[in-house]
Design a protein around this ligand. Structure first.
Ligand code: HEC
Ligand code: HEC
Length: 284
């Protein structure tokens, strides 16, 4: 068997669980949250994507029941975490005696922020995820302890900040000072991981809309993050999901917050340019 054939065989085997279960998702449903916020769940693929013409939010791949949970904030199980983050926003912490609210007033001041992250920070000379920026404010501006990269407090704060941009199209920059990081992320996206030798693209580009282990494969966008997953009944961070997906290939994964995952986050975010910010969204 040639290597290429062997790989093909493995992909086929991994996707073999694509039994013909009925797909009960409603692809044509419209996502309007609270009868008010209209979400763009389908858009032309950004120019940089060579193999796709249409991009679709993960929401369009979910069942009607799961879709409904995201259409009303009273039903959305991610919202209690947002309330907790609201308290944290107003809580003074650290040696400087400040809260987020001291400098940023209400969380509405964060409108538009989620849509453009990860982004370049000129002063620090680095690509920053929203997580890194929040921790920088905590340490540098508040004299408080960092939150762990995917700690519940952190993910909840990201949900509160994401909410302020709901409905706005994702619009991360991919050129200028971030270009090298973006290229690195793209390379990772097409790298085969694990014993199954599967890349992100093998599943989310070549096989979206198929069923894998009875799960309806989406295009793997991150416009809905943080995501409340019915499976683990909590809000999930982007890097948490990346780690889980690589583990599913039986591969060694990078750690959350690693430069590799920061680069991958920038690249994956850019694949969703044009879809609405949905966080906190609901998935299975
Ligand atoms: C002492 C003042 C101060 C405090 C307290 C503070 N920040 Fe900031 N924050 C800043 C400054 C200054 C910036 C940079 C402003 C800019 O983007 O031009 C910033 C930027 C940000 C950004 C990026 C905004 C953007 O447009 O890219 C986020 C997100 C953020 N802060 C979140 C928080 C959160 C969450 C807290 C509380 C945990 C917090 N900040 C506490 C001063 C503060
Ligand atoms: C073996 C197939 C497989 C591989 C390889 C894989 N994933 Fe996934 N991924 C899934 C499944 C199954 C889900 C859950 C259903 C869905 O949303 O697609 C998922 C979900 C996701 C989601 C959540 C989407 C949402 O709307 O909530 C993201 C983001 C994601 N994957 C990114 C990645 C990235 C980045 C890689 C490469 C590091 C990767 N995946 C590799 C199978 C895979």
């Amino acid at each position: 068997m040639t290597r290429a054939n062997k790989t093909k065989g493995l992909v086929a085997a991994a996707i073999a669980a694509l039994v013909a279960l009925p797909v009960v998702a409603d692809e044509n449903a419209k996502l309007i949250v609270n009868d008010e916020i209209e979400m763009i769940t389908e858009a032309p693929a950004p120019d940089h994507m060579e193999n796709m013409t249409i991009i679709r939010s993960g929401w369009t791949f979910r069942t009607k029941e799961t879709q409904a949970l995201q259409m009303d904030d009273f039903e959305n199980p991610g919202m209690p975490a947002v309330d907790a983050a609201m308290d944290a926003w107003n809580t003074v912490e650290g040696t400087a005696g400040k809260a987020c609210a001291t400098c940023h007033e209400g969380p509405e001041s964060m409108k538009g922020v989620r849509a453009v992250y990860p982004k370049w920070n000129e002063a620090a000379g680095e690509v920053r995820t929203l997580t890194m920026q929040i921790n920088d404010c905590r340490t540098t501006n508040m004299g408080a302890e960092e939150w762990k990269y995917i700690a519940p407090e952190m993910v909840a704060m990201e949900a509160l900040i994401s909410m302020q941009s709901r409905g706005m199209p994702v619009n991360v920059a991919i050129d200028g000072p971030v270009q090298a990081t973006w290229e690195q992320g793209k390379e990772l996206y097409y790298t085969r991981f694990g014993q199954l030798e599967l890349s992100c693209a093998n599943c989310h580009e070549d096989n979206y809309d198929n069923l894998i282990r009875a799960d309806h494969l989406s295009q793997g966008h991150i416009n809905g993050f943080p995501v409340y997953r019915l499976k683990n009944t909590r809000l999930n961070a982007v890097h948490d999901r990346f780690r889980g997906c690589i583990r599913d290939t039986r591969g060694e994964t990078f750690s959350v917050g690693s430069p590799e995952f920061v680069a991958l986050e920038l690249y994956v975010a850019s694949r969703g340019n044009g879809l609405s910010v949905e966080g906190p969204s609901v998935r299975n």
